[in-house]
Design a protein around this ligand. Structure first.
Ligand code: NAD
Length: 390
């Protein structure tokens, strides 16, 4: 159970690029990083507009002289200080992630980057290699992975509670962009512009989330082949898709499917992962993250609840309030962020083996997300055909 105690020797000195006032995801990072005193926000280049960024930083209690005009100045000036930042979060639109991550690593910083880590597999490999050379960590914020029931699912599958895994059915299909809302909303506008969003919209923006959850739950499965069909139901979004279907075959012969959509009218999120085994199935839904459905063939379905003594130990370590009280999105992010702090400290102490035990999305997860999108786009652009996973 967590009681808000710091998990590292001291808070990591931390800065942010992006996540300014009005940004969609900036507050999620700050709320998570500051929650358990894992990080201390000391500097930033918070906004593409330097003046807006400086003004906003001060409302977060960052000293005026450490609210910088851009990320280049942030990294250069902080490197000169004895108390300069040690880690930076990058919460800017997709097309900036590669350059900012690269610059941060070269400046000797640990990086927490939003997904997608970059646009191409070649870039992802380069960043992964650079991080290794610089002895720095890259973390990627697949925030849903911090939910306790994801750990329970992972443990149940590892213990054989489902039997042999046969089918994985995933979705992340909301309805918020059923209309061309991008005409009025800047946070959506760049998402449907390939120059800023990259080679996909919903595949990268949404699909990589359940994909990462499936990797956490089912680390033993490797995708062998994949077929993707993608559509732009709001025509002005072409060539980027606002809906896609993906089928996958794993090396074990198990099969998976994923429905990814921003035009599922009326739906809030519909992010679900259902794992079907030879004996039983389990299902997690992000709109009810404290519960896991467990369905044994021939028995009444069960609802497993967060915060209960019957859970596997790994599903109990992040319990903050006991069973019955709902925990949610912000707690999941905090659970990842305190682990990011522990991983950074482990790296600095020359103890990288601990990072595997922390089960966090690192450069490898960032690379896998970019790789999956690249394979999906390759299949879709050939007309929706099976392609070998590269
Ligand atoms: P947004 O458009 O709402 O906000 C972007 C912010 O970055 C703004 O404050 C903008 O001023 C700032 N910015 C842009 N370029 C900058 C630069 N060069 N230097 C400094 N600041 C800059 O975007 P958003 O929806 O918050 O998305 C940001 C990133 O987070 C995207 O990559 C997106 O895919 C990702 N995201 C992830 C999740 C998740 O669950 N992990 C959720 C939402 C968004």
């Amino acid at each position: 159970m967590l009681f808000g105690e710091i998990k590292t020797r001291r808070p990591i000195r931390w800065g942010m690029v992006g996540g300014g006032r009005g940004a969609q995801v900036g507050y999620s990072h700050r709320s998570a990083a500051l929650r358990d005193n894992s990080f201390q926000l000391l500097a930033g280049a918070f906004d593409i507009d330097p003046e807006a960024g400086k003004a906003f930083g001060q409302t977060l209690l960052v000293s005026p002289e450490r609210c910088y005009a851009d990320y280049q100045t942030l990294f250069a000036e902080e490197a000169k200080r004895a108390d300069g930042i040690e880690a930076v979060t990058i919460a800017t639109p997709n097309n900036t992630h590669y350059a900012i991550t690269r610059a941060a690593l070269l400046a000797g910083l640990h990086v927490i980057c939003e997904k997608p880590l970059c646009f191409t597999v070649a870039e992802a490999k380069e960043l992964r290699d650079l991080a290794a050379q610089q002895n720095r960590l890259i973390c990627v914020t697949y925030g849903y992975a911090g939910h306790q029931m994801i750990r329970q699912a992972r443990a149940m599958i590892a213990q054989g509670d489902l039997g042999e895994i046969r089918i994985v059915q995933m979705s992340f299909a909301h309805g918020f962009h059923s209309e061309p809302v991008e005409l009025a909303n800047p946070s959506t506008r760049w998402r449907v512009n390939p120059e800023v969003a990259g080679p996909s919209y919903v595949l990268g923006d949404l699909g990589t989330h359940p994909l990462y959850l499936s990797e956490v739950m089912l680390p033993q499965l490797q995708i062998k082949k994949l077929l993707c069909s993608r559509q732009s139901f709001v025509k002005s979004r072409a060539p980027l898709e606002d809906n896609a279907f993906v089928m996958m075959e794993y090396d074990t012969g198990a099969m998976a499917s994923m429905w990814i959509s921003a035009v599922n009218a009326g739906s809030m999120h519909q992010q679900k992962v259902r794992v079907v085994g030879s004996k039983a199935s389990l299902e997690w839904w992000d709109e009810h993250p404290n519960q896991l459905r467990y369905e044994i063939q021939g028995e009444p379905a069960r609802v497993i609840e967060r915060g209960m003594g019957y859970l596997y130990p790994e599903a109990q370590v992040d319990d903050r309030v006991g069973g019955g009280h709902p925990e949610g999105y912000f707690e999941a992010w905090s659970n990842l962020y305190y682990r990011f702090a522990m991983a950074i400290e482990a790296m600095d102490n020359g103890n990288p083996d601990l990072i595997d035990e922390l089960c966090i999305p690192t450069a490898e997860a960032g690379y896998e997300g970019v790789r999956w999108v690249e394979n999906c786009v390759r299949s879709a652009d050939q007309g929706g055909v099976w392609v070998d996973y590269q």
